[in-house]
Design a protein around this ligand. Structure first.
Ligand code: UDP
Ligand code: MG
Length: 167
């Protein structure tokens, strides 16, 4: 079954210059990239993305991590991959959440670490199931940023609308 999944190359992945390596590893899946962009992650976006973890002790540190405050890299690379069993294929390549438990040859096993503060710096995020993928893709991307139709859309008339354009 064809699926879509959200991938984020986290600030540690960017700081360690792992973008190329991670994309090369992901190309093993033969999935298609249908959206990609760099994102400066706001407090609101970070908290919404990780809302399932908001009661955890490590939540404030996790928000700092995904916003790049631990790596002086205030950005992430966000991508949507599409194709047969996309979610499981990417999770398998990524490896376990805890980089010390992740298989050594997986992306997280190869490049992840646990900080002294106890955060798992595991270089990438990937959606864990279809419901999460839909929630996350809709959170990170507008419909027109994705080159295929993944979810139903509607046309809405915005009353007052300001937009930055090239000068
Ligand atoms: N995380 C952590 N400690 C934990 C659990 C999670 O530092 O005990 C961080 C880690 O960076 C992880 C993220 O929080 O990738 C989101 O956690 P989740 O359980 O959703 O794991 P994932 O889906 O990323 O494997
Ligand atoms: Mg998760």
């Amino acid at each position: 079954m064809n699926q879509q999944t959200l991938i984020l190359i986290k600030p540690d992945g960017l700081k360690k210059s792992l973008t190329g390596n991670i994309l090369t590893r992901l190309s093993e899946t033969k999935l298609e990239i249908v959206a990609a962009k760099m994102v400066r992650v706001s407090q609101e976006l970070a908290q919404e993305h990780y809302k399932h973890l908001k009661n955890k002790d490590f939540f404030p540190e996790l928000i700092k991590y995904i916003r790049g405050e631990l790596h002086q890299r205030r950005k992430v690379m966000a991508l949507v991959y599409w194709g047969e069993s996309a979610i499981q294929k990417v999770r398998d390549l990524a490896g376990a959440t805890n980089p010390e438990e992740a298989e050594a040859t997986s992306i997280r096993g190869s490049y992840g670490r646990i900080t002294t503060g106890g955060i798992y710096e595991n270089v990438l995020h990937c959606s864990s199931n279809e419901q999460e993928a839909e929630r996350e893709i809709k959170l990170w991307f507008e419909p027109e940023e994705i080159i295929v139709d993944l979810y139903p859309t509607k046309i809405t008339q915005l009353k007052s609308y300001k937009k930055r354009v090239w000068r």
